[in-house]
Every structure is written in structure tokens, then in C-alpha cells.
Ligand binder design. Structure first.
Ligand code: DGJ
Length: 693
């Protein structure tokens, strides 16, 4: 007897089918199937042929491929008994339930194992969330457990995964499908700059705005493994799970993290919008959901460790005058923290810098109508700290391990470590009016350890339960801990330590494949960038920050009159528009000019949009090429206007109509011909507003 199941969300259908009592395979995933499609026929139609040199029947590429059924590729589960004996499971159907969630359970009686997989679809965000759980009748050792295994599309030549580095997050790597594996394993113990757990598989010919694509994201902050494997018979499988051997203790239950997947028939943007909406509307829990996102000021690049109350008060005055609404006191306020060699874990206010405590600064910030946020790096410890002197045994890893930024990590699996951190952090939060934590994590772990990640999650969850109005920003030397697991507990990510607008433009563009505007922190950096040495024009710096959750991080005392005016104006534009921008979709545009990195933020109601066209380099041709928009109603008319035409340079001598007037153009024209922008220098941004008439 065949067993079949289907999941529909109005944009995609996913069909699972199993022969008799075996584990099911995903036999179809793509555009919506008709309601009356016969799933048994579809299952039968999906069977691939057998010829010479093959087994007499092709092993199932199931949701957890089994080595015992002669599966020739990576199995979905590798598990051992406590004495080290490998267990080779062969699962048999146990139960199926479909009530919104599809829940399928399979038993391997001989080994005492139960495998349960769940699929949850969301008709609004078009994300399917799936997860695997393994139960055992006695403790067993886990080496590898894949979230439900999905087929890689056949109509695809390449896959796009994400790597990066400090100040260079979200770099997209394209790899051609070929026999064998694309195997990425993150053993750093945190999500990492190097390994954002995301994958986009475009079908042949797909672009940002058209064609088919499949998106994957593994929602876990402790390090993962991704396998994209093409078998000899041509079938492809995609597996995600925690990094192998992260579970150091035997247990009777293991779970993969949730795997979020989406099919798109509207290019890479279909996947991007699904992830953006799901993250914003389903994953993040907002203390005040309808409150506008405040403009931030962060003092790190202004003062570093050199905290002086009058200076910080002066900076706060200037930040507020520019339009800031939240002041974040970064590293340097605690212990003896005069540089990054000491005091991590000594979470008491430094009396040398703050003889009357933090309240004089907080009260000053409040008097300027800004709220107050504060920096912590809870998982970390310096050897030169009181806590290390008292509890060297609280450290994760060996005594002689290599340090990272002169620091070690605390062992978050220890309840006494979590209790200590909770007690110190809650003492600070209770004694002060603080509504924000910037939660940093500046080194990789000495080894991957799932208990460490669960310990961090438990501490955040406990603090959030006690202080439900405090928001948290996830930072790890910039974008080293960004994933849906941490985002279930936080409201913002510090995307990168690079405040270089040119680099940010690219990082933001590629991160938008997964991240919405509303969680993505972006600050206007100093005139002379501290991490790249570039000098960038204030208008470019301001508009790049205005593409996301806006803030400032330069020393405002360096601003001249023109810079102050530009920054105030752009900030005011952002504040006037944030009510719709924070719910808008970011659509990456297919720019005909590789020097132009462009996106369109389209309101949920589709009645207005803004286009940010950033010129990242000098174009090879002399005049700008038209920029095609997307997602508009072809028959509707739109009024489009160049918002910052005051940035026109006198070297732009021609007469493109946009230089002087707003234009009324159809969706068809805007999407098929595109809009022709004026000439500009590189490192400049054109901002175009559009309204449906
Ligand atoms: C690394 C972060 O990414 C920076 O923004 C800053 O908070 C420093 N840590 C502070 O040590």
C-alpha cells in the first residue's frame, strides 16, 4: 500500500509518498498542483528507471535516507549505542496526523528508535518549517541527524550558499552541481561570519525577479552542516543538521533545528520575501509590535573604551538633535575595561568612569527623549577578571586553548554559570531604566557543543521572561550570529562591523535574501571609515543606513554644517516613512549595469515603493542604463520622483526628465523598459519614490 501526503500553501505544493511502511520521499515540490492530482499516479510517475550497473530497484531518497536500504549517499542519521556499536536503523510506519501540521512517525523496533518528522506550512509567508526528532528507548550517541531531507531540483545548474568574514558578511558563492557533495560544515560553535546557514538553489535562467528558485535556512546558532549531493543516478539531496558530533552526551532524545524552506516562481525575490516576512511576522517577538523602530545612536566608534560622562552627554545631545531616539552605551562601562584584554564577565559598573553609577548618563539620555541601551558580552570571560580568578573551572575548553580577542568562552551548559550571568545582568537591568541590550559574542568556541548553544538560549529566554520590554540585538563581531534560532529571542542584528557604506551596500543587498529591513541594523559611520580607511560622502553614508534599521555610530562632534544638514534630512525622511518601510518587502533588482546595486522596497499594499540605486563602482559605459523595477501592477500608473535630485552634480549636463520632474509611467513601462536615472559619481545613491495613482 502506498501512503501519500500533500502540503499546499497557495504558492507551492509539496508531496510526500512512501512505498508500504517505508519512510516517505518528497516526490514533488514546486508550483501548486491541481487539487485533484492523483498522488498515487504522481508517485508512480516519479520512479526512475533501472539499467545495467544499478541495483534492481533504486534506493529511496527519503526524508531520512537509510544506509540499511542501500542508499549510496550520505544517510540522514548516524547513531551509536553507548558502547560504540553503530546502530543501522530501518524505520517502519507508525502513525500519521495532518491537522495543519503534518506529523509522521516511524519506528525501528530492533534498535528501539523512533523518528518523527513535522512539516508546518504558512499560507501567508509561504515558508514550510520542517524538523526531525529522534527518540530512543535508552541513551544513545548521536553523530548526525538531518532535518527532513529534501530533493535538489533537477532544472538547476548551480547552488548559491553564503560565506563571509569579519566586515565582509553575506558573500554569495555559486557552485555548479556535479556528481558528489558540496559539503559545508561549520565547526566554530556559533553561526559565524563564515557560514550563514542559508542556501538558494535557482533553476536554470532564474534571476532576482523571475524564474524558479528554492530557498533553505537552518535556524540554529551553534554551527551546522549542509550537504548538497548529486548521486550517481542524477538525483540530488539536500541535508541540513547541527554540525556533526555536537551532541557530546548520550541521550534518549535529539532534535534537529527547524529547517525553513520556500519554493518561488518569482525569482530569488520569492524566496527572499518569504524569509523576510517569516522572520519579521513569525519568528521575532516584538515587545511593542506597533511601535516604530527607533533611530539608534551607538557610541562605539566615537569613544571606544574611553568613557567620560561629560563627553557622552555632549554626544547624546548631538545625537538627539540629529534625530536619534535610542542611545546605546557600548563596551567599556564595567569592571576595569580600558581595552579588550580584561574584565569580561565582571558585570559591575566601573566606579572610576561612573562614580555615581550609570544613572546620571541614563537620566541625561532620557531628558533628551531617547531610551537607553547597554552592551554585554555574556558568554565571554577574560583571564584578567575577578570571575576568572574565582572560577577558572567555568571556562569552556582547555586551560591552554588559543584565545580569541584575548578571551575565553564560559561554559553555558553549567547552571551555575547561567545563574551567575542572570543575577549580574538582571541586577543591572533592574537598577536602571534600560530598554535594550546589545548582546555580543566576539570569538568562536574552542569546539562545537550543542549544550553551549542551548545554554545561551536558556539564559536569553530567562532574561526575556523577566524583562519582557527589553529588546536585544544579536551581535558577534558584527554579523557572526545571525539565524532564525537567535532571532526567535532577539529583535535586531548588527549585520556587520563595517560602517563603510560602500561595503554595507553590498552586504545589505545579499543579506536581504534572508533578512527584512526591520531587523537589520545599519549605522552612519565616521567620515573616515575606521575599518576600511575610505572617505565617503555623507549623503551616501546616510542613504545606505536609511535602507535598513537606521542609526548613527560616528562621533557627532566631527560633523560639519553640511553633513549635519544632510544627516538630519535623511533621518527625518526615514522617520516619516518607517511606518510602511518596516513592513515592506525588499526586492533585489536585476540591474543591467553591474556597477549599480539596486533594490526596491515595496509596501505590503503595493501602493508605494522606494528604489535605492547605489553606484558601487564607475560604470564601464558612460551613461546610466535604465533600471527595471519589479512587482508592480502592469496596468496601473505610478508617479515616480527622484527624491534626492539636490545631489545632482554639475557634470550631469543632459536632460533626462527625472532631473527636473516627477513622471507618471505605467507598471509595464517601469518593469519592462525601466527607469533612466541621471549620471552620477560612484559611491552615490539615487533614491526614487513611487506612488500608485
Ligand atoms: C564587536 C562589535 O561588533 C562592535 O560593534 C563593538 O560592540 C565591539 N565588539 C565592542 O567590543
Amino acid at each position: 500500500m502506498n501512503r501519500t501526503y500533500r502540503i499546499d500553501d497557495g504558492r507551492q505544493t509539496l508531496v510526500l509518498a512512501a512505498r508500504n511502511d517505508r519512510l516517505p520521499e518528497v516526490v514533488y515540490w514546486g508550483a501548486c498542483l491541481p487539487e485533484d492530482e492523483n498522488l498515487d499516479t504522481l508517485h508512480a510517475a516519479n520512479v526512475i528507471d533501472v539499467t545495467g550497473g544499478m541495483l534492481d530497484e533504486n534506493p529511496d531518497l527519503s526524508i531520512c535516507p537509510e544506509a540499511t536500504r542501500s542508499f549510496p549517499g550520505q544517510p540522514g542519521l548516524i547513531v551509536r549505542d553507548t558502547d560504540g556499536t553503530p546502530l543501522l536503523p530501518k524505520f517502519c510506519f507508525e502513525s500519521a496526523e495532518q491537522n495543519g501540521t503534518l506529523l509522521l512517525s516511524y519506528k525501528d523496533a530492533a534498535n528501539g528508535l523512533t523518528l518523527t518528522v513535522s512539516f508546518v506550512s504558512d499560507p501567508e509567508t509561504h515558508i514550510i518549517t520542517c524538523q526531525t526528532t529522534l527518540d530512543a528507548t535508552r541513551p544513545v550517541h548521536l553523530h548526525w541527524l538531518a532535518a527532513p531531507v529534501l530533493p535538489g531540483p533537477q532544472q538547476s545548474d548551480e547552488m548559491i550558499d553564503v560565506s563571509g568574514r569579519w566586515c565582509g558578511e553575506f558573500q554569495l558563492s555559486r557552485t555548479a552541481w556535479a556528481p558528489g557533495m558540496r559539503y559545508r560544515e561549520n565547526r566554530t560553535g556559533r553561526t559565524g561570519h563564515e557560514h550563514f546557514p542559508g542556501l538558494i538553489v535557482p533553476c536554470r535562467g532564474a534571476t532576482n525577479t523571475s524564474g524558479e528558485a528554492y530557498g533553505f535556512h537552518y535556524g540554529w546558532s551553534g554551527g551546522h552542516r549542509m550537504i548538497a549531493e548529486e548521486l550517481q543516478d542524477g538525483r540530488r539531496q539536500i541535508q541540513w543538521g547541527h554540525a556533526a558530533r555536537m551532541e557530546t552526551e548520550p541521550s534518549t532524545q535529539f532534535k534537529s533545528a527547524p529547517l525553513y524552506v520556500a519554493y518561488s516562481d518569482r525569482g530569488l525575490n520569492g524566496c527572499a520575501v518569504a524569509f523576510q516576512r517569516h522572520l519579521r511576522d513569525r519568528i521575532v517577538t516584538w515587545p511593542k509590535p506597533s511601535a516604530p523602530r527607533p533611530v539608534h545612536y551607538n557610541c562605539w566608534e566615537a569613544v571606544y573604551f574611553d568613557h567620560k560622562l561629560p563627553v557622552l552627554q555632549d554626544i547624546a545631545n548631538r545625537a538627539a538633535a540629529l534625530g536619534a531616539e535610542r542611545f546605546v552605551l557600548d563596551d567599556g562601562w564595567f569592571g576595569n575595561r580600558d581595552d579588550d584584554t580584561r574584565s569580561l564577565s565582571d558585570w559591575t559598573v566601573d566606579p572610576r568612569k561612573y562614580p555615581d553609577g550609570l544613572n546620571p548618563l541614563i537620566e541625561h539620555v532620557h531628558s533628551l527623549n531617547m531610551t537607553f541601551g547597554i552592551w554585554f558580552e555574556p558568554e565571554m570571560i577574560n583571564e584578567d577578571s575577578d570571575i576568572h580568578r574565582a572560577h577558572p573551572d567555568w571556562v569552556l575548553g582547555s586551560e591552554d586553548q588559543t584565545l580569541g580577542r584575548q578571551q575565553k568562552a564560559l561554559n553555558m551548559a553549567l547552571p551555575e554559570v547561567r545563574d551567575y550571568l542572570y543575577e549580574r545582568m538582571s541586577a543591572i537591568l533592574s537598577a536602571h531604566d534600560i530598554d535594550y541590550i546589545k548582546w555580543d559574542h566576539n570569538r568562536v568556541l574552542p569546539m562545537p557543543d550543542a549544550a553551549q548553544t542551548r545554554g545561551s538560549y536558556a539564559l536569553i529566554d530567562r532574561l526575556r521572561a523577566a524583562f519582557p520590554n527589553v529588546e536585544i540585538e544579536s551581535c558577534a563581531s558584527g554579523g557572526g550570529r545571525i539565524d532564525f534560532g537567535i532571532m526567535q529571542r532577539t529583535q535586531r542584528v548588527w549585520l556587520s562591523d563595517s560602517n563603510d557604506a560602500l561595503e554595507r551596500l553590498r552586504i545589505q543587498h545579499d543579506a536581504a535574501l534572508f533578512l527584512p529591513m526591520v531587523v537589520t541594523g545599519s549605522h552612519v559611520g565616521p567620515r573616515h571609515c575606521h575599518t576600511s580607511g575610505r572617505h565617503l560622502d555623507i549623503s551616501f553614508r546616510a542613504w545606505v543606513a536609511a535602507q535598513r534599521h537606521m542609526g548613527f555610530e560616528m562621533d557627532p562632534r566631527e560633523l560639519d554644517e553640511v553633513e549635519t544638514a544632510v544627516l538630519t534630512e535623511v533621518t527625518s525622511w526615514w522617520k516619516h516613512n518607517r511606518h510602511w518601510l518596516q513592513r515592506a518587502d525588499i526586492l533585489r533588482l536585476d540591474s543591467a549595469d553591474p556597477a549599480v546595486i539596486a533594490e526596491q522596497q515595496l509596501a505590503r499594499e503595493k501602493d508605494r515603493f522606494v528604489v535605492f540605486a547605489g553606484k558601487a563602482a564607475t560604470s564601464s559605459q558612460i551613461a546610466p542604463r535604465p533600471l527595471r523595477l519589479t512587482g508592480l501592477d502592469p496596468d496601473a500608473m505610478y508617479r515616480v520622483d527622484l527624491l534626492n535630485r539636490n545631489s545632482l552634480h554639475l557634470l550631469s549636463r543632459g536632460t533626462p526628465a527625472l532631473k527636473t520632474d516627477a513622471l507618471e509611467l505605467s507598471g509595464t513601462y517601469l518593469m519592462h523598459n525601466g527607469i533612466t536615472l541621471p549620471w552620477s559619481f560612484p559611491e552615490r545613491m539615487w533614491v526614487l519614490e513611487g506612488h500608485r495613482l
